[in-house]
Write a protein of this length. Structure first.
Length: 178
């Protein structure tokens, strides 16, 4: 779900994603062949750098296309594409139950260049801040031109009741890692 779904994630599944941004580690955990794999010293199988191996959700949300390409070129992360990673970061921020996520999501909703990220930021703000997000969402609706994003904003404004189920993987820190 985190990387194979190219478009908008179904709203009913977003809370269930919890903190997941990129899911290859799950594949490795459940793969029956992983247990038999040997460690390798081959440089082609070693990390390029560990400096940005665990980017914050804020970093993933604000990363430019050039930064994304420079950091992840030649890795499996590019399968998710930058828009998908930003979308997933918005969902994880919304599921974080951490009020520090609100300014990041507000920035995403009003400034991100990808409609997919802006739309998911609208959902995430509603999921995180509920009624407190209403003025932010109303302001964004006045300036937004993308039909998909407007649909997400409208849905968020019409559903400010915290009635959706929070995922059991919800976390309480913005130090979420992929």
């Amino acid at each position: 779900l985190t990387i194979e779904e190219r478009g908008p994630l179904p709203r009913e599944l977003r809370p269930l994603m919890g903190k997941w941004v990129f899911g290859c580690d799950v594949c490795q955990d459940v793969c029956p062949y992983t247990g038999a794999a040997r460690e390798m010293d081959d440089p082609d199988f070693q990390p390029k750098t560990v400096d940005n191996a665990f980017p914050s959700l804020d970093t993933l949300a604000r990363m430019s296309e050039e930064e994304f390409r420079a950091l992840y070129s030649g890795t499996a992360v590019t399968r998710a594409k930058r828009a998908g990673m930003a979308r997933n970061a918005a969902v994880a921020l919304g599921n974080s139950q951490d009020e520090r996520a609100e300014p990041i999501l507000t920035w995403m909703l009003t400034n991100h260049d990808q409609p997919l990220a802006r739309g998911h930021a609208a959902w995430a703000l509603r999921h995180l801040a509920d009624h407190d997000a209403k003025p932010i969402l109303e302001e964004a609706r006045r300036s937004e031109r993308d039909r998909y994003v407007l649909g997400e904003i409208t849905w968020a404004l019409e559903n400010t009741s915290k009635s959706d189920q929070r995922g059991s993987n919800g976390v309480h820190s913005l130090e979420l890692r992929i």
